[in-house]
Design a protein around this ligand. Structure first.
Ligand SMILES: Nc1nc2c(c(=O)[nH]1)N[C@H]1C(S)=C(S)[C@@H](COP(=O)(O)O)O[C@H]1N2
Ligand SMILES: [Mo]
Length: 259
């Protein structure tokens, strides 16, 4: 129920929200093709009876259906910047709940250091999953510390509506300080682990799409600059370190160089 969602005033300062007809017609969802116009193809995704499995280093693994999971938390709206590694960006009003709430519910053991997220695998609906050169299903990972950061957001809606399929229905991640590929769509599995997961794009090209993938204008992609970005429906703007979310996240990386 997206009817009485509270807008989080801390994440309400971005006025230039991308019009929905643009953001929902320009997507990356490689399960459905590699062009930006996969929104039609993505309607083949069947979200009925969707469940999420929580496993690995937790007190008690469990499977929960998406509706009962969502009903455990009060939803809020957050307007977040969304910056793809391909150097385009949007601003989206997402509806969801903090990932930290699901982490707490999962009761990870002290040996858990990372979380691995997985997307569905169903080549009958998602025809690109027949392509053998990709390591399906799509996988992403975070440190537990990153997952517990207040910005890490599990998204179940956008623009005040239930999440469109092309946005990664029924539930996807959004990590506004990282390049968009970290924000995995249509999640079916959340596994706590002591070892760093290898993500989909890292497996394919680790020199281009590393594990951390924090937005950084000073670290170019091997094939293009990250200094500026093309704002969907607008012009160009200077890319900010951590996509402008440094105050919230830079403490996570004080021990590391050049992320
Ligand atoms: N399962 C899955 N998740 C995914 C992707 C994908 O292809 N499959 N693409 C990623 C990339 S590269 C980006 S930029 C964002 C795009 O999100 P959007 O289409 O909602 O803007 O989703 C990310 N999550
Ligand atoms: Mo992306």
């Amino acid at each position: 129920n997206m009817a009485n969602i509270v807008r989080n005033q801390r994440f309400n300062s971005l006025t230039e929200v991308t019009p929905e007809n643009l953001s929902s017609r320009y997507n990356n969802f490689f399960e459905f093709g590699s062009t930006k116009s996969i929104w039609k193809e993505a309607q083949k995704l069947n979200t009925e009876g969707w469940t999420i499995n929580v496993s690995g280093l937790v007190e008690k693994p469990f499977t929960v259906d998406i509706d009962s999971l969502i009903s455990k938390f009060s939803l809020e709206e957050r307007i977040y910047r969304h910056r793809c590694v391909e150097a385009w960006s949007m601003v989206i009003p997402w509806t969801g709940f903090q990932l930290s709430k699901l982490v707490n519910l999962s009761r990870p053991l002290s040996s858990a250091k990372f979380i691995e997220f997985k997307t569905f695998y169903n080549p009958k609906e998602a025809s690109e999953q027949k392509a053998r050169w990709y390591p399906w299903p799509y996988v992403e990972g975070l440190t537990l510390e990153e997952a517990q950061n207040e910005l890490s957001f599990l998204v179940v809606g956008a623009y005040g509506k239930t999440l469109h399929k092309q946005f990664g229905a029924p539930i996807r991640l959004h990590l506004p300080w990282k390049y968009g590929f970290k924000s995995i769509k249509s999640i079916v599995s959340i596994r706590f682990t002591s070892e760093r997961p290898v993500s989909f794009w890292e497996y394919l090209a680790s020199n281009e799409y590393g594990f951390w993938a924090n937005v950084n204008p000073n670290v170019p992609h091997p094939r293009w600059s990250q200094k500026t970005e093309r704002v969907l429906g607008g012009s160009s703007r200077a890319t900010e370190i951590y996509n402008g979310y440094g105050p919230e996240v830079s403490y996570l990386y004080s021990k590391h160089q050049n992320l």
